[in-house]
Design a protein around this ligand. Structure first.
Ligand code: TPP
Length: 606
């Protein structure tokens, strides 16, 4: 807001989602256009178009999101921009919430887009503001790369003047926006010229800083710097080593570094993940024929986050234990132990009865199936007691891999399972492929009308000003042979549809798609609380319960547990009155504590 951003777009993904989520709250008041786009590529393109039309723009995504947007990223360096364009890549070392821990600084290298890293919340704000200016001045996009520790940290910031926000721009047609080969070649030369300008700009970046002095120089990018600083400070080494903190990691501020290493005996680079700064530094020393020894962190430290403890280990290994005094770190072991809890579907989650029934159908009908799963809350079905996904690779990968499985696996039914947001994000092209190239698979779209896993951002199936997109209509329009819509709580209906779909896949060798639609339980619950609707919990009739354990072991709602005689008990504090567990009991022992008005429930759950 202080930089005057006019258009901000994103597709959610931890640890990036809070950026647009926060801006969204003030968007209306400030007149900023904020959008949750359908995927990262679309988010990128929307913001990029604004920036080439003279409107300051920001797009934010998690690290793997930049893979989805990477085609656009590459071209954006060729077109350049006419106003500031900041691309936020929120990386996730240690994979707290991700399928890999790729180091997106490397994207700078391949795309010729400069990469900057903030150290803490204060710097994240100030640096972002600065990057808008750098991008405007150099007419080039920039990447702000954060990591989970920075993204999820809280710290004081000083709020500055808000800049006037411009949301409307103008587009001046120029050949550089038309990347046919003849123009792209001109752009390539122009890109290299802009790059040499960017190299000059980073030399004077005030966020690159020097601390302490000594013949040992430690160079560390901002996202790792805090660990290094604290380790050195606590080891009383602050006056024996010189620390160079880098916020501009690509390109490096070469002269700034050269000036500060002139009397160094040793240089150590400490950075999380890949030796990205180190590689560039080796090249810098080589080119300048400088013979200072450059020491790397041991190979195994490429994986996972750094910490004060790990930085100390690295320094001990490189410098010898004697130099490093015992650093006092509060260890996890000192903290109170929290009982381990397996990851489970929430009470009331519509996915539970669906996976429960699917498991029953596959067992009863003796169906050999490969279950091609996807990324979302439903990924939890991989765990006990459901064990219902054989692959989970990347968003949209369910139907995508399903195309291949159904081609090469004999006597095996391919079942692809995907959520609504993931379907819109990357499932549609894979669906079209499976229809056009005839890959018979049963696709189950779990439509809870939200992007639940990342914090309930909108999905196109959630009504927005009465506008929404119906997955079944889309499937019909591309020629899916069998389309059905069911309520996942209605296990009978699901079983019927599934068996019909199975026939289509087996006998007609065509694609079948089932939309299982019911609101995310948390959304329904919050709406009921907001409207002060009474939640009527369920209970167990112990005269009927035989202690078979199906409800707490196989249906596995966290609100149900066993007493010492193995009989089930429902915790009224955790039960949200959904009633989905009723179908799990062969003895009809589960019932509400008083009559439930189904009409009221319908209003909140659909
Ligand atoms: C390329 C990419 N972008 C974003 C994410 C983060 N992410 C994980 S699951 C998910 C969407 C989940 O929504 P949906 O498919 O509707 O399932 P739900 O969580 O609602 O069950 C997102 C955005 C990711 N893993 N990969």
């Amino acid at each position: 807001m202080e930089a005057g951003v006019g258009v901000a777009t994103a597709y959610p993904g931890t640890p990036s989602s809070e950026i647009i989520g926060t801006l969204e709250r003030y968007a209306h008041e400030l007149g900023v256009y904020v959008e949750w786009s359908v995927n990262e590529k679309v988010a990128f393109e929307t913001a990029w178009a604004a920036a080439i039309s003279g409107v300051r723009a920001l797009t934010a995504m998690k690290h793997v999101g930049l893979n989805v947007a990477s085609d656009a990223l590459m071209s954006s360096a060729y077109t350049g921009v006419s106003e500031g364009f900041v691309i936020v890549s929120a990386d996730d070392p240690s994979m707290w919430s991700s399928q890999n821990e790729q180091d997106n600084r490397l994207y700078g290298l391949i795309s010729y887009i400069p990469v900057f890293e903030p150290e803490n919340p204060w710097e994240a704000k100030e640096l972002t503001k600065k990057l808008f200016d750098i991008s405007s001045e150099t007419r080039h996009p920039v990447i702000l790369r954060t990591t989970t520790r920075v993204s999820h940290a809280r710290g004081p910031v000083r709020v500055g003047e808000l800049r006037k926000i411009r949301v409307k721009g103008s587009f001046k047609p120029e050949p550089r926006y038309v990347l046919v080969p003849s123009n792209a070649r001109v752009n390539r030369i122009d890109l290299l010229k802009r790059w040499s300008n960017i190299k000059n700009v980073v030399e004077n970046l005030e966020f690159n800083k020097i601390y302490g002095d000594g013949k040992v120089v430690i160079i560390s990018p901002s996202t790792s710097f805090s660990y290094v600083y604290e380790t050195i400070y606590k080891s009383d080494l602050i006056n024996k080593v010189k620390l160079i903190k880098l916020s501009s990691v690509y390109p490096l501020p070469e002269n700034f570094i050269l000036n500060n290493i002139s009397d160094a005996e040793k240089i150590i680079v400490i950075e999380e993940l890949e030796p990205f700064v180190e590689m560039q530094l080796r090249d810098l020393l080589n080119r300048n024929n400088i013979k200072i020894s450059l020491l790397s962190k041991p190979y195994e430290y490429r994986a996972f986050e750094l910490s004060i403890g790990r930085v100390r280990e690295i320094l001990e290994k490189i410098l010898g234990a004697s130099l490093i005094k015992e650093v006092s770190i509060s260890r996890i072991e000192d903290k109170p132990r929290i009982p381990p809890r397996p990851p489970v579907f929430c009470a009331g989650c519509p996915y539970r009865p669906l996976f429960f029934e699917l498991k029953r159908i596959l067992a009863k009908e003796r169906i050999k199936a490969v279950i091609s799963g996807d990324i979302g809350c439903y990924s939890l079905a991989y765990y006990d007691p459901f064990n219902m996904q054989h692959t989970i690779v990347e968003m949209g990968g369910s139907i995508g891999l399903g195309n291949g499985f159904s081609t090469v696996l004999e006597d095996t039914v391919t079942i692809s399972i995907i959520g609504d947001s993931t379907f819109f994000h990357a499932g549609i092209p894979a669906l079209i492929n499976s229809v056009y190239n005839r890959h018979p698979q049963i696709i189950i779209v779990l439509d809870n009308m939200t992007t639940a896993m990342t914090g309930h951002q909108p999905s196109p199936s959630k009504p927005k000003e009465e506008r929404y997109i119906r997955i079944e209509k889309l499937a019909e329009s591309v020629g899916v042979r069998y389309v059905a819509t069911i309520d996942p709580f209605d296990t009978e209906e699901f079983r019927k549809s599934f068996l019909e779909a199975l026939k289509v896949v087996r006998e007609e060798r065509e694609v079948a798609l089932i939309v299982a639609r019911r609101k995310c339980a948390l959304v329904a619950y919050w709406d009921m609380l907001r409207d002060s609707v009474e939640i009527i919990p369920y209970t167990i009739d112990h005269s009927k319960c035989v202690g078979c354990g199906i409800c707490y072991n196989l249906f596995a709602c966290p609100a149900i547990y066993a007493d010492k005689n193995r009989k089930a008990i429902i915790d009224p504090e955790l039960c949200i009155g959904c009633g989905s567990c009723v179908v799990s009991c062969p003895f009809n022992a589960i019932k509400p504590i008083k009559p439930v008005d189904q009409e009221i429930l319908k209003k909140y759950w659909f």
